[in-house]
Every structure is written in C-alpha cells, then in structure tokens.
Write a protein that binds this ligand. Structure first.
Ligand code: ADP
Ligand code: MG
Length: 592
C-alpha cells in the first residue's frame, strides 16, 4: 500500500489490548457503546467548529452515525460524519500516546478476577474495547485538516499500520471503523440483537443513528413472473381457473428489503417535561453522561429556567464523592456539559463554585451566543445568571432530600458533608442555608452524625445561650474529654466536631440563628445558670492552688477552681485566645 508505515503500540496500550482480546468478559457488548460515544464526540466537535466556520461542513453537511453488519464478511461497520482524524491523529490517538487513565484501568482489570471492563470509558481508553469482539480492526478516517483519507489497521498484536486509503476519499469527512469479528462473537451479526444494542446505547445520543436493516415488503409480482405462474396454474389447476385468476390479480410477493432504519428518535431528555420522564430514564442518563455504567445517583433535579434567561438543566448528586475532590479543587471539573440550543459546546467551564463542583449534569441555554469562544462564554451574563439560579436549585434539592429521606440524606452528607462545610466557609450568600444542611455528631446521639443545628437549638435549655461543642479526632476521643462531664451532668447537649474542617467552619461561622458557638475546651465557659464561685471553696483550696502554680510555673498561665468538672480532679484548658489542643495538633500535623 502507498505510504504504509508501521508503529508499535505504546507498552501499556499493548498490555491493555492483550488483556482485552484474550479474556472472556461477560459484558462484551459495551464495545458498541464506546464506538457510538466516540462517534458522538467527533460529531460534537465538528458541529462546534461549524458554529464559527461554516466551511467546516463543506464535505458533508449531514451529521449522523450509521451502523451496518455484514454476515458474509463477518464485519460490523460504524461510520460517522464527525471531525475525523488526520494521519498524525490516527497514530497518536489510537496507539502511540497512552492516556493517563491507561495504567489505572489496567490495574483495575488485572486486579479483579471478574475483570470488569464495563467502566473502560471512564478511563479514556474506550476505543480498545473493540478487541473484546474483534481480532482485526480497521479505522478509515478523513479530516478537513488532511488532504487524504487514511486507514489505521491492527490485528491486536504489538503493532499497527497506517496507510493512505487505496479507495481514495470515500468518506468526505469522518471516520469508519470496521470490526472483523472473532469467531465466538458472531452473535453480534444478528440483526435483531444488534438493533437491541444500538437502541440501548443510542438513547441519549444527540445525532441520528441509523442501522442497516432488513424488513419484509410486499411487492406486486413482476409481469413476466406472473405469466410463468399463470402457465403453471393453467396446467395443473384447470378446474379452478376462475378462482385462481382472481387470486392472480392480487398476487403479491414478500421480499426482503434493506434500508437505513433510524434508531433513536427521542428528543433530549432535558427538553422533555419532567413529569413525563421516568426515574429509570434519569438514572440511565446519569450513567451515560457520567460514564459510570452501573452507578445510581443519590438524587437529581430537573430544572426549566424561565424569565431572565431560558435554559434547561438536569443536575445529579453522584453516588460517591471523587476521592480527589479536595485535592483537585484548583482544577477544572469536567462534570457539567454545556449545550446552547441543543448544540454541545463544552465541558471545560465552571458553572458552580468550587464547593458545589461535585454535581454532575447538563445545562442547555437558549440565550447564549453560539459563536463566541469558550473563554468569553464563561463570562457571559446569561451563564452567570444560570449559575446563580442553579446553586439555589441545588440547595433546594439538598433540603428536599433531607426532608424526604433521612437515610439518603445521611448517605449524601457522608459523601459531601465536607464540601458543604467548605461552602459555609466560602459563601457569604448561602452560609445560613448551608449551615441548616450541616449534620454533626453530638452527645444527644453519639452514634450517628445526624444532628442539625436546628434540632440542637430546639433541645436547648431555657437558660442556655450558646451552642456547646468540643473538637477531637474522633467521637471516642471527645467522649474521654474531662470537659464534657460537667456539661452532660448538667443536662446540656454538646456537638462533637471530628473533622479537620470543623475548626475553620466555626471560625467563619461564629453563630447560627442568633446562638453563638462556645468551645467547651476553652477558658471561662458560661452556662447561663451559674452562681458566683463559692468563695469558701476558693479558700479551702487556696494552698493547693498556690502549690500547683509554683510547681507548674513553666507550663501554665494560671490555676482556677473550675465548676466544669464533676469526676475528673483537674483539666488543662486553653486560654480564650489560645489554641485548643485539637488545633495545636492539626497545625503540628501540617508542619506549622
Ligand atoms: P476517549 O473517547 O475517552 O477520548 P477513546 O479510547 O474512546 O477515549 O478514544 C481515543 C481517542 O481517539 C479519542 O479521544 C479521539 O481523539 C479519537 N477517536 C476515537 N474515535 C473517533 C472517531 N469516531 N472520530 C474521531 N476521533 C476518534
Ligand atoms: Mg471514548
């Protein structure tokens, strides 16, 4: 072939491929989801380009995906009119440059007996799932940026070749992937099985998907054939002549006709009326956009914004917090996909403040200009309005969840409680509302971190003016604290703050609903119902106090007779303006 060049797969990709091709996974059909997803991405890209460059679609203005099986050659072909790949891109994207997720995915699949390949798409190596079902794959592609159409081809071994396509430019623009199915994967040639799969994976794709499919059609028999038939009839059924002639006039023939059948016809789920969308559909949509094929979101909200600016949105609370959520706060999350009038624009933008950036979903805005750069878009007034509106909607969703389903709310708070606390620290606008969503452990029920500030306040004693709290590394540690006794003995409830972020939270949120926070481990604690310290008591312990003061002169500021303790003989407390023991340890841990 003209211009043929051979390349070696990058080592990890090669390992990934042999792992995929040599194993018997249960969920092999996911290759189709990955190919449809790639085709859809490629179509998104060319459509986005066409917004600012009308010549982008010159070679083909139709944006679609077509899928065909050929039982004779045992191939499945999937063709898109997307952005296509240049020769260089074929080489880089399909084999020589490993994505960062490759090794992570390898470890995951190698580590598990069952080897769940289902999540391959999350790791940015979905393409290689073709080797679940094929032992030879060719990718023909034509990009606007390359003069010629090129073919990439691999037999699932260590190397692949790229050559100029001997057929010339057959695609105009786009990509055509041909899978030569393994012998044990020929089930995918079955048209009905294939249709079921394509249907399943097409649901949330915003481009038409066509399947080459057959159907029976009744056609009138050809005149010549009829004559032949007539002769036979005349020969054999002379008596029934009259009747059969009558039949002949209506005689039709069933023939198998092949045609492109459009598989997905639904409008985007977010454009539908929320009342008409089933729970299952929301879950499936989450799975599709988050690329988490078996996850179930904790909750979601489907918003139709009208008035200032028109938009639609579906926002989800993912089932698990990203383990790197706090480390990656400086990075842009790719959690929200932005559309403008159904056209995908980008997922590289910031819709939410950092503390809320764990939400995943889509926004489709009507009032954003289609032809501005992504950078300008970010600053656009309409987008900022939408953002503000959606922050409120998200907080409403959390509140609703807390009201409707305590257990689910507990699950939510376990994952995202720290993020909310971070929000209460950051957001002046929403601090109060977020504070209402926080949950703590407390002496009221030490086993479950389910106490809200409102419920604490509702149980406060008449004379009590502060919300008492103690910080520590764990509930167990706090329960050992000598400071606790006196309050519990007097029937006060104490919040147990066990998270590193809690100290910062209290510093930024000194009170809630008119009640100030009071650290039980600090200085002079006011109960609100205390009498003057018994002077007699002071006198009684005068000597002990003097002795302690001289003996511990280097360690302590002062000695006071405390009313806080009931069973412990004494405690060392921090001064009002000093650091608490917990804070000192935190700072020590941070090397300060
Ligand atoms: P991901 O889709 O997560 O980037 P894949 O392994 O599925 O990872 O695809 C690798 C890359 O190959 C894509 O990022 C894209 O650049 C390119 N690619 C794959 N399929 C197509 C296609 N149909 N059209 C254009 N580019 C494609
Ligand atoms: Mg992909």
């Amino acid at each position: 072939l003209e211009d043929t060049e051979k390349f070696t797969f990058q080592t990890e990709i090669s390992r990934l491929m042999s792992l995929i091709i040599n194993s018997l996974y249960k969920t092999r059909e996911i290759f189709l989801r990955e190919l449809i997803s790639n085709a859809s991405d490629a179509l998104d890209k060319i459509r986005f380009m066409a917004l600012t460059d009308s010549s982008a679609l010159a070679h083909n203005s139709k944006l679609s995906i077509s899928i065909a099986a050929d039982p004779e050659s045992k191939t499945i072909t999937i063709t898109d009119t997307g952005i296509g790949m240049t020769r260089e891109q074929l080489k880089q994207n399909l084999g020589t440059i490993a994505k960062s997720g490759t090794s992570e995915f390898l470890a995951k699949v190698e580590g598990s007996k069952d080897g769940d390949v289902n999540q391959i798409g999350q790791f940015g190596v979905g393409f290689y799932s073709v080797f679940l079902v094929a032992d030879k794959v060719t990718v023909a592609s034509k990009s606007n940026d390359d003069e010629d159409q090129y073919v990439w081809s691999s037999q699932a071994v260590d190397d692949f070749v790229i050559a100029k396509d001997p057929r010339g430019n057959t695609l105009g623009r786009g990509t055509q992937i041909t899978l030569h199915l393994k012998e044990d994967a020929e089930e995918f040639l079955n048209e009905n099985a294939l249709r079921d799969l394509v249907t399943k994976y097409s649901e949330f794709i915003n481009f038409p998907i066509y399947l080459w499919s057959s159907h029976e059609e009744e056609v009138a028999k050809e005149a010549t054939e009829k004559e032949e038939d007539d002769e036979i009839v005349e020969e054999s059924l002379e008596e029934e002549d009259e009747e059969s002639t009558k039949k002949e006039e209506e005689e039709v023939e069933k023939v198998t006709v092949f045609d492109w059948e459009r598989i997905n016809t639904q409008k985007p789920i977010w454009m539908r009326n929320a009342k008409e969308v089933e729970e299952d559909e929301y879950v499936e949509f989450y799975r599709a956009i988050a690329k988490e094929p078996s996850a179930t979101p904790i909750s979601w909200t489907h918003v139709k914004g009208e008035g200032d600016t028109e938009y639609r949105s579906i926002m989800y609370i993912p089932p698990k917090v990203d383990p790197n959520f706090f480390q990656n706060l400086a990075e842009k999350a790719h959690n929200v996909r932005l559309f403008v009038k159904r056209v995908f624009i980008t997922d590289e933008f910031e819709l939410f403040p950092k503390w809320l950036s764990f939400l995943k979903g889509i926004v489709d805005a009507d009032d954003l200009p289609l032809n501005v750069s992504r950078e300008t878009l970010q600053q656009h007034r309409a987008l900022r309005t939408i953002s503000k509106h959606l922050v409120k909607k998200a907080l409403d969703m959390f509140q609703q969840l807390a009201k409707d389903n305590e257990e689910k709310y507990g699950q939510f708070f376990k994952e995202y409680g720290s993020a909310l606390k971070y929000g209460a620290i950051e957001s002046n606008t929403h601090r109060k509302k977020i504070a209402g969503l926080l949950r703590f452990s407390s002496s009221y029920d030490p086993t479950s971190p389910g106490v809200s500030l409102d419920s604490y306040i509702s149980r406060m004693k008449g004379s009590q003016s502060s919300i008492f709290y103690l910080s520590g590394m764990s509930v167990e540690e706090i329960e050992q604290s000598p400071f606790l006794e006196r309050l519990l003995a007097r029937g006060y409830e104490v919040l147990y703050l066990t998270e590193p972020i809690d100290e910062m939270l209290i510093q930024n949120m000194p009170g809630y609903n008119g009640k100030m926070f009071a650290n039980v481990a600090k200085g002079d604690l006011k109960f609100g119902d205390e009498e003057e310290l018994d002077e007699q008591l002071d006198e009684d312990y005068d000597e002990l106090q003097a002795w302690l003061k001289t003996t511990l002169a280097d360690e302590i500021d002062k000695v006071v007779l405390s009313k806080r303790l009931t069973t412990s003989p004494m405690a060392i407390v921090a001064a009002d303006f000093g650091l608490t023991g917990h804070m000192e340890r935190l700072m020590a841990a941070q090397g300060q």
